[in-house]
Design a protein around this ligand. Sequence first.
Ligand SMILES: *Cc1c(COP(=O)(O)O)cnc(C)c1O
Length: 400
Amino acid sequence: MSIKFSPPDISEEEIEAITETLRSGWITTGPKTRELEELVTDYTNSKGAVCLNSATAGMEMVLRLFDIGPGDEVITTPYTYSATAAVILHVGATPVFADVKKDSFIIDPKEIERKITSKTKAIIPVDIAGYPADYDEIFKIVRNNRVFRPKKGSYQEKLGRILVLADAAHSIGAKYKGNSIGSVADFSSFSFHAVKNVTTSEGGVVTFTNLDSRLDTNSVYKELRTLSLHGQSKDAINKIKPGSWEYDILFPGYKCNMTDLAASLGVVQLKRYRSSLSNLREEFFNLYSKKLSRDSRFILPKYIDEAEGTKSSCHLYQLRIKGLTEQERNRVILDLANKGIPLNVHYKPLPLLTCYKDLGYKMEDYPNAYNQYKNQVTLPLHTLLTRDDIELITKTLLSI
Ligand SMILES: *Cc1c(COP(=O)(O)O)cnc(C)c1O
């Protein structure tokens, strides 16, 4: 059997749950979506969660909730998937890239500080591969910042400082200094896309904290829901109550709600993830590191800081190979592909992509990101792998 890069792990339990929802007579946003929101709130120890149809939509809705738009700047990392920066462009604001730390895939707080201006409205750190960003340093920066100029009458003004929105697409189940990701940044957007640790095929969920007690979290929940459903005052499930036909449209909202069909898949996935799948990922991640540590050419990815209580969700195994150029790295990928082993690269830094080049971003301005990228390969890491697969992958890598 060939090794796959990241197939979904779907058991009979998910199939039964979806079938049950199909038979129930309610397939769009309703009780199953609510159930998943409650499970996520509990798992992440956050103040609430709103399920949507993607993590991308989640980030965009939060930026819109905070009235971030033309003339505003949002700081993020160049070492991520395009979605992180695309949402900034979608709302009409300007992405400002802060390079990653040296020899790390994580955004550098010192670079963030250097890039802040009076136009900065939000920071979007990425918990890349599932390893949390440096939230304490980032919160110190936004709390000490004195140049912040909020828009009058907006949530920006109520919060009174730069917003911290985590791109937590990879990091469900990760811990930062003992706290669950989802309860650390002001908002965290998790992805349930087919290749992520927990899936609803397509989907995502935004969690939030108490927001320094400056905003009412019940209204935050309601407003995110309304934003995601046409700006309509009542959702479908509340409209079917006897005699409750009437509704209002408060503003031209968006359409990115989660269906109960997707949520019923997510409920089973999240339960399986909590009880076993997350441990299996961790075990495979550590098995790779143990086997590859024998060869000093390999730079192993970070998994844990025990003293700090920070731990990855083990979404991706981002290996680096010392001394390789971009071309040599690509040859390694081709060699292994010919041996039936699929490798990948996460990610091509955004300034190397046409969209961002055309906007004037230059790779030379982010040397640390380029150095991480040029010799990086991502190994298959999922819960359908076997220990024999890992033995074969590591043996092949050690022989290159
Ligand atoms: C997958 C991913 C996203 C987008 O998630 P969707 O649910 O597909 O919108 C955003 N950021 C990163 C880093 C991702 O890997």
